[in-house]
Design a protein around this ligand. Structure first.
Ligand code: SAM
Length: 331
């Protein structure tokens, strides 16, 4: 029996966890309206895992069968000296870890693309909700589109495959979805469209901008040949081949695909969530600081015992499904 079959992270529904999304900071240099409040309060440094703690934790996950780690945030590239952590984690690729990836808003990607590639990262997800500078600034509350476009260009030039993540927002970027698909096809970037999820209080009413992707898909199908793909990543996305790229639709509201879930999410504080849409969690920071791999492993077993079957997001519900913002776990 392979070691991970004896020690693997398997929940009560028989789902094996092989993928961890690891938030390295809750801070971000943008304030996307659907994601964060304008005046977010960020964590004091002492509450955030150190690089040594993150590396130790990654090692424990790998020992239990995790094969892919995605660094996220907040914005992972705003964390001071992030290049060091990326290099240290990159050294695990081929040594227990199959893949290290990152989700970023792209503002600092021009500076870091070469470091990411040198560390062994080969794919990045870049969030881009609009290619119109004014709209981009409005949605992100102050972002500079040119920085992100330069970051995407630098990533591609460094040899990183880029996937664009676009949150579909009624009345805000609805008319840019087809052009974004054409642009991505022209650039060779995959594109994933995401429904807004009710996570954390923001100043706005998300219902105003909620755009169900089943309707978007219908409209795209009028103009593009969407060929369903059999690919599954264990996440809540369905994929289509179109114009030489892959189009993903993340539809946690209109449809959910939790039965194949293979992932857990670590907040920058060391809190680990079993599900994006639930509060079920274990706290690992103090266990890590106490130096106890055994205690951490026991906590991960508790997480597996209680991992929810699926989420039940509902747009228009009086309260968000979970009080935490997406920036806590990075999606
Ligand atoms: N800063 C990085 C970035 O911008 O990609 C990583 C963190 S960000 C929280 C990860 C992704 O979550 C982004 O694509 C963002 O658009 C998306 N996101 C944030 N809040 C969301 C929400 N309430 N519903 C759906 N997607 C959301």
């Amino acid at each position: 029996m392979a070691p991970e079959q004896e020690t693997g992270l398997i929940d009560t529904f028989g789902r094996r966890i092989t993928y961890v999304r690891l938030s390295v900071t809750d801070r971000c240099d943008l304030r996307c309206r659907y994601c964060m409040a304008e005046e977010m309060r960020f964590l004091p440094k002492k509450d955030v895992l150190s690089f040594e703690e993150i590396e130790a934790l990654a090692g424990m996950f790998i020992a239990r069968g995790v094969r892919r780690i995605r660094l996220t945030g907040g914005e992972p590239l705003v964390r001071h000296d992030i290049g060091h952590l990326i290099a240290r984690l990159g050294a695990r690729i081929g040594n227990g870890l199959d893949e290290l990836t990152m989700t970023t808003n792209g503002t600092r990607l021009a500076r870091f693309a070469g470091d990411l590639h040198a560390a062994g990262i080969r794919r990045v997800n870049v969030s881009l909700d609009s290619r119109d500078p004014d709209r981009f600034r409005y949605i992100t509350r102050h972002g500079d589109l040119s920085q992100v476009l330069a970051g995407i260009e630098a990533a591609a030039a460094a040899g990183l495959a880029v996937k664009i993540n676009m949150v579909a927002l009624k009345g805000l970027n609805e008319d840019e979805i087809a052009p974004m698909l054409l642009w991505c096809a022209g650039q060779g970037h995959d594109l994933t469209l995401i429904e807004t999820m009710p996570m954390g209080e923001v100043e706005e009413d998300r219902t105003d901008h909620y755009l169900p992707l089943d309707a978007v898909k219908q409209r795209l199908a009028d103009h593009f040949d969407l060929v369903p793909s059999l690919q599954r990543t264990g996440g809540p996305a369905r994929y289509y081949e179109v114009g030489g790229i892959r189009l993903g639709l993340i539809t946690p509201l209109t449809d959910n695909f939790c039965t194949g879930c293979n992932r857990i999410r670590v907040a920058a504080t060391g809190t680990v969530y079993g599900c994006l849409g639930h509060d079920q969690k274990v706290e690992l920071r103090e266990l890590l600081r106490g130096g106890g791999a055994e205690a951490v492993n026991q906590a991960l077993d508790r997480l597996m015992a209680g991992k929810p079957k699926g989420h039940d997001f509902m747009i228009g519900a009086p309260l968000p499904a979970v009080a935490r913002h997406m920036s806590v776990t990075g999606g």
